[in-house]
Design a protein around this ligand. Structure first.
Ligand code: OGA
Ligand code: MN
Length: 294
C-alpha cells in the first residue's frame, strides 16, 4: 500500500494506492489505513469498482455501521433505493430517475451543499464516512473538504478561549431551515421528534493525535445560553473563517473513487450540478462514533 500527500497540505488529504478494496484486508493494512485517517483526515482511493456488499465489508473494518434511517433523512422505508447500511447520497429515486424539482427528498438532499459534518445532529455523531462514486456528473458535483484542525490551530488566542467550553445545538431542522425548507411543516409531529436538537461541544480533541478541532456544522442552530440570532451570526462567521481556501481541498470525482473522511476533524460539502437531468450516484457508508461527547 502506498500513501502519498501533496506539498500544499503535508498533513491533510492523502492518496492511497496499491490496495484492492474488493479483497479481504490484513490487520496491519487496516491499522495503516486507520492511522492514516487520524493523521490526514481525508483519504482518496482511486479505481475502486466495488459493489454495496464490498463497501459495507470494508467499512466494518473500522467499526460499527451507522444505519441510515428515519433519523437521518425523510425518505420512507418503502421508497429506499439502497439498504439501510448505505446512505443514499445520489439524486435518484428507487427507479434510478432524478428527483423532480419540487420533490421534498430532493430539497432535503440539497442540505449536503452546506458545509457540515455527518450526523453531528445525533447524540453519538458519526466517526468516519466512506463515499463511493458509482456514477458521476459530467459537470460540477465536486466535494470540498475543510481541515478543522488547522482551522482550530489558526484561531487567535482570544477566540480559542471564547470557544473552549462552548456547547452547540445541532439538528437537521436547523440546516434545512437555512434552505427555506421548513421540516416542522413538512413532517407530522410524531416524525419531527426524530430530529430533536442535540448538544455537542464546539471544541474536540483527537485522542490518538491529541490535536484539537472545531466541531462545526451547518446543523448548528443555537449556542447554549445564547439567543438564536447571535448564535447564527457567530457560527456563520466561524464557518466562513474555517472554510477559507488555505484549509480547503476540492475533490473532482472520477468514477470509482472512494473517499474516507473523518467527521471528527473535517467539514465537507457537495457542489452544484445539473441534478434534474444528470445521474450522480454516490453511496455512503458511515462508521458510528464511539461515545457521546457530553
Ligand atoms: C455525504 C455528503 C457530499 C457529496 O455523503 O455525506 O455530504 O458531494 N456528500 O455528495
Ligand atoms: Mn455529508
Amino acid at each position: 500500500m502506498k500513501i502519498e500527500t501533496r506539498k500544499e497540505f503535508p498533513d491533510f488529504v492523502a492518496f492511497v494506492s496499491e490496495v484492492d478494496l474488493k479483497k479481504d484486508l490484513q490487520e496491519n493494512q487496516i491499522k495503516e489505513i486507520d492511522d492514516a485517517i487520524n493523521k490526514f483526515s481525508v483519504l482518496v482511493f482511486r479505481d475502486q469498482d466495488i459493489n454495496d456488499d464490498e463497501q459495507v465489508r470494508f467499512t466494518k473494518y473500522f467499526g460499527e455501521i451507522e444505519a441510515s434511517g428515519n433519523k437521518s433523512n425523510i425518505t420512507k422505508a418503502k421508497d429506499r433505493r439502497l439498504s439501510t447500511d448505505l446512505a443514499d447520497v445520489s439524486n435518484l429515486d428507487k427507479n434510478n430517475k432524478p428527483f423532480t424539482k419540487d420533490d421534498p427528498r430532493r430539497i432535503f438532499n440539497l442540505g449536503n451543499r452546506l458545509w457540515h459534518t455527518d450526523s453531528s445532529f445525533k447524540e453519538i455523531p458519526a466517526k468516519y464516512s466512506l463515499l463511493s462514486a458509482r456514477n458521476i456528473s459530467k459537470e460540477g458535483g465536486n466535494t470540498e473538504f475543510a481541515d478543522m484542525r488547522s482551522a482550530y490551530d489558526n484561531l487567535d488566542a482570544k477566540t480559542k478561549q471564547k470557544v473552549e467550553d462552548m456547547v452547540c445545538e445541532h439538528s437537521l431542522i436547523y440546516s434545512r431551515q437555512r434552505l427555506g425548507f421548513d421540516m416542522t411543516r413538512e413532517l407530522s409531529s410524531e416524525e419531527i421528534k426524530n430530529f430533536t436538537p442535540v448538544e455537542q461541544p464546539l471544541v474536540r480533541t483527537n485522542k490518538l493525535t491529541n490535536r484539537k478541532t472545531i466541531f462545526l456544522s451547518s446543523h448548528i442552530g443555537k449556542i447554549r445560553d445564547w439567543i438564536r440570532p447571535d448564535s447564527m451570526c457567530f457560527i456563520d462567521d466561524l464557518i466562513e473563517y474555517a472554510t477559507q481556501s488555505k484549509f480547503k481541498y476540492v475533490h473532482q470525482w472520477s468514477q470509482y473513487d472512494l473517499i474516507i473522511w473523518d467527521n471528527r476533524q473535517t467539514m465537507h460539502r457537495a457542489r452544484a450540478f445539473d441534478d434534474l437531468k444528470e445521474n450522480r450516484d454516490m453511496r455512503r457508508t458511515t462508521v458510528l462514533g464511539e461515545e457521546k461527547l457530553l
